[in-house]
Design a binder for this molecule. Structure first.
Ligand code: UD1
Length: 360
């Protein structure tokens, strides 16, 4: 019997790991599958509601690390995961994405010579000022199974010296969740807040924008286009705190609480377009064929631009005013869903993990 330990910590992790855990429990029922939540995200609306929507069983261990400066947060997770690994002695640790929980847990395992599998390996923005970029590069360096979801990931990994035998193209497990739950998209949030089409959906939470000096201009630009087009903005807690510190008087833009997964899915499906700085939403909008505008200078997900619906605006709040026109003139026709974004990625992850276990 083998022991697999799955780490999650933040909102996007749940969508990436949930379907892998479910598929592993189904296809390797005699093995032990231990789910660990670091507690990096802890508010009900950032965590518990996702477990409910995604029907992920309650974590076996909740580490309760909470928020903090990046170094302290990583240190707390590292310490807590380390002692858990001593107790559980897993044969493999599985981490998703690029958040602080990902890096800290992978490092704890690597230090104990416990193999690590990284879901979403090889993504690169080539911007080391972005906290996630460091997490990606370092996690890949210490992972033994590099599970990729887009073609350039392999090239990125090989350039950094990865052993080709460790790289496995599996596809996008976050899209597995989307495919499975799309029929249950929930309009409760839309109805509760009186949201009707057409509208622009907005999500912004990256430190480069939220903690920088362009948030005020961004909010002014959003409020300006909201005079003519409904702008719906479910606000991440980090962003909520930053907006409250601004002196801007916002009249038209609708600032709303975070939505659950199924509620956000409905919001995204019905939107005329999405303005975001989130990685996951660049991917989901590409799958859904909804025009996406990314308020960043770069993306670690170029396939959403070359094949999907994503337009990189740059970290240029002044370009927000172009969105209503672009929505009218630019149709995302000829766009395609990238290979491996088909709802079956988790099955391919399981194939890799089981084959690796057999090979010892
Ligand atoms: C983290 C990830 C980011 C990911 C995002 C998804 C890192 C470096 N960043 O960013 O890659 O895109 O999650 O949402 O790991 N807070 C709450 N309640 C919560 C969680 C956070 O109020 O449940 C507030 C706290 O003030 C906290 C702040 O949000 O300090 C930031 O949280 P943190 O987990 O450090 O980073 P995120 O911005 O959420």
């Amino acid at each position: 019997m083998r022991t697999y330990l799955y780490i999650v910590g933040t909102r996007p992790n749940f969508m990436k790991t949930g379907p892998v855990l479910a598929a592993m429990r189904r296809r390797a029922p005699d093995d032990r599958h231990i789910l660990v939540h670091t507690g990096q995200h802890y508010d009900d609306e950032m965590s518990r509601v996702f477990f409910e929507d995604l029907e992920i069983p309650a974590p076996d261990h909740y580490l309760g690390v909470g928020s903090g400066a990046p170094g302290a947060q990583i240190a707390h997770i590292l310490e807590a995961v380390e002692s858990l690994l001593v107790d559980e002695r897993p044969d493999l640790l599985i981490v998703p994405g690029d958040v602080n929980s990902t890096l800290a847990a992978a490092l704890a395992a690597a230090k104990q010579v416990i193999p690590v599998a990284h879901i979403e390996a090889g993504l690169r923005s080539f911007d080391r000022t972005m906290p996630e970029e460091l997490n990606r590069v370092l996690t890949d360096q210490i992972s033994d199974l590099l599970l990729t979801h887009s073609p350039e990931a392999r090239d990125n990994l090989l350039r950094e010296g990865a052993d080709p035998a460790t790289i496995h193209f599996v596809g996008n497990t976050m899209i597995d969740t989307l495919v499975a739950l799309r029929p249950r998209a929930d309009k409760t949030f839309m109805n509760r807040h009186g949201i009707e089409r057409p509208y622009l959906l907005v999500t912004l939470h990256r430190p480069a924008l939220v903690d920088g000096n362009q948030l005020a201009e961004t909010m002014r630009e959003l409020d300006r286009i909201a005079e003519d087009m409904q702008v719906v903005f479910p606000v991440h807690p980090r962003t909520r705190q930053a907006i409250e510190r601004l002196s801007e008087h916002l009249v038209h833009v609708r600032l709303l609480p975070p939505a659950s997964y199924l509620e956000f899915l409905a919001l995204q499906q019905e939107a005329s377009g999405v303005l975001t700085d989130s990685g996951g939403i660049q991917e989901e909008s590409t799958y859904l064929g909804v025009p996406c505008f990314t308020l960043r200078d770069n993306t670690e997900r170029p396939v959403t631009v070359t094949e999907g619906t994503n337009v990189l605006l740059g970290l240029r709040p002044d370009r927000i005013r172009e969105i209503p026109r672009m929505l009218q003139t630019d149709r995302p026709e000829g766009r395609r869903v990238p290979d491996g974004w088909d709802g079956q990625a988790s099955e391919r992850v399981v194939d890799v993990l089981i084959a690796a276990a057999r090979a010892g």
